[in-house]
Design a protein around this ligand. Structure first.
Ligand SMILES: Cc1ncc(COP(=O)(O)O)c(C=O)c1O
Length: 443
């Protein structure tokens, strides 16, 4: 028996195979397109995740509001929200109008427009850091946060917590395996592990020990870790310890709000009154258009003075199209009422998941974090190491394909369902009913 309970593993395997066969049989157009695509794209997709994170990629025709429709005509409510990039919803009218208007006035000048000023002003109002810079993705925002911290401290090492994900820059792809920091993917430079140290979230002891040598430039963390087979919440006192220890050791603290900003207008930083030196963000902040951003303290901002030559920037960074989309997202979509709505429905989703778990008599735990929910296959873990022990690839794959056959999209193994802004109570009911039906079946 695993932490997930006394389950019929062979039966789960058979159920998964039957659900996958049903999914594929119903989607002949997607299957044909995949065959054609393989001639000129490895795996038949433009980016490997689209194949490796799903049992069966489907080709999409269009999205509208909380969901999208594939080329075989099946509609899904998008509870993955494209890994939170589409939290504002698909083809959101405010974003569409802003993008259309800006595209007609051109999309890059390598010079600023007023929208970038308005977005920086709004982000500075929401987060306790006054100076902002823009990239095309959260990965690049984190990359520049690292460069800035190295330039300011003269140190090399980056500290991350086990189970992290902050993008596909080199240091971000090092994590613990069997107690050692190792590259989690191939193709990284051999020296990268020497530039990364891994501690445990919620564990001041491992953090203190990792900072002790005095060579850590930056601690980069999410305020709640959203990427490790669901969600690690901070224990009381954790963020205070993190802030005190980084200050004591002269280490810069960056909080990555790329996923957690769905929790409220100022993200989890606002919710929990955090005091980071740097905030990084991306994905839904521009309504799903490519944009990353990072905000820094006034002191760090001085180091970004062009004359100091910190390695930042790219030709399409800070472009007016992303800025127009972000301005629309922040002023018309990601407004207080939207956070109230998604948090309320997120609570109802968590209630439904919890009831289904109880009714099935499973030892699982429902997750609650604003609009986001999901489950742990066992008791709530504290650290990445505990979370790792609860991963259950077989159950995760079954849940996903089962839901997809019932009009709910929840891709990506590390994510949990999140209620997007345009979702309704009926969408949450659809999720909960399909989930409860599966758990009854497992029982
Ligand atoms: C917390 C966090 N930060 C950064 C990123 C990187 O985002 P992107 O892939 O859009 O650059 C991700 C992606 O999942 C993330 O979850």
């Amino acid at each position: 028996m695993t932490a997930a309970g006394d389950l019929d593993r062979a039966g789960i395997g058979e159920l998964h195979a039957a659900e996958l066969a049903r999914f594929q049989q119903g989607r002949p157009r997607s299957l044909a397109m995949l065959g054609r695509a393989r001639a000129h794209m490895p795996n038949g997709v433009p980016m490997a995740w689209m194949a490796s994170d799903n049992d069966q990629p489907v080709f999409i025709d269009r999205g509208q509001g909380p969901g999208f429709t594939d080329i075989d005509g099946f509609r899904y409510v998008d509870f993955n929200a494209s890994d939170l990039a589409m939290f504002c919803g698909h083809a959101n009218p405010s974003i569409v109008a802003a993008v259309q208007a800006q595209a007609a006035r051109s999309t890059q000048f390598l010079l600023p427009t007023e929208a970038s000023v308005q977005v920086a002003e709004e982000l500075a109002r929401r987060y306790p850091v006054p100076q902002w810079q823009f990239t095309l993705s959260a990965t690049q925002a984190n990359t520049e946060a690292i460069r800035l911290a190295r330039a300011v401290t003269g140190r090399d090492v980056i500290l991350l917590f086990q189970g992290h994900y902050h993008g596909h820059f080199e240091e971000g792809l090092v994590d613990l395996a069997d107690g050692r920091a190792v590259p989690v993917q191939r193709g990284l430079s051999k020296g990268v592990t020497g530039r990364v140290r891994i501690a445990q979230f919620n564990d001041p002891g491992t953090l203190r020990a990792a900072l002790e040598p005095g060579d850590v430039a930056l601690v980069l963390t999410e305020p709640a870790m959203t990427n490790y087979l669901h969600l690690l919440l901070p224990e009381p006192g954790w963020h205070q310890a993190l802030r005190e220890l980084t200050r004591q050791h002269g280490t810069v603290l960056a909080i990555d709000e790329t996923h957690t900003h769905v929790a409220g207008p100022g993200g989890a930083t606002g919710l929990w009154h955090l005091e980071p030196d740097i905030v990084t963000i991306g994905k839904a902040v521009a309504g799903g258009l490519p944009m990353g951003a990072y905000g820094v303290t006034a002191e760090l901002g001085e180091h970004l003075d062009a004359a100091r030559n910190v390695a930042t920037g790219g030709t399409l960074f800070g472009n007016p199209l992303s800025a127009a989309a972000a301005k629309a997202a922040l002023s018309e979509v990601l407004i207080p009422g939207a956070y109230r709505h998604t948090t309320e429905l997120g609570g109802e989703l968590a209630d439904g998941i919890e009831q289904a778990i109880r009714a099935a008599g499973l030892p699982w735990t429902a997750i609650r974090f604003g609009p986001r929910s999901g489950q742990w296959y066992g008791p709530m873990p504290r650290t990445g190491a505990e979370a790792h022990a609860l991963t259950d690839g077989q159950l995760t794959r079954l849940v996903r394909i089962w839901l997809a056959n019932r009009g709910v999209w929840e891709a990506l193994p590390g994510a949990g369902p999140t209620v997007p802004v345009p979702a309704t109570r009926a969408d949450v009911t659809r999720y909960v009913n399909a989930y409860a039906e599966l758990l009854a079946r497992l029982r």
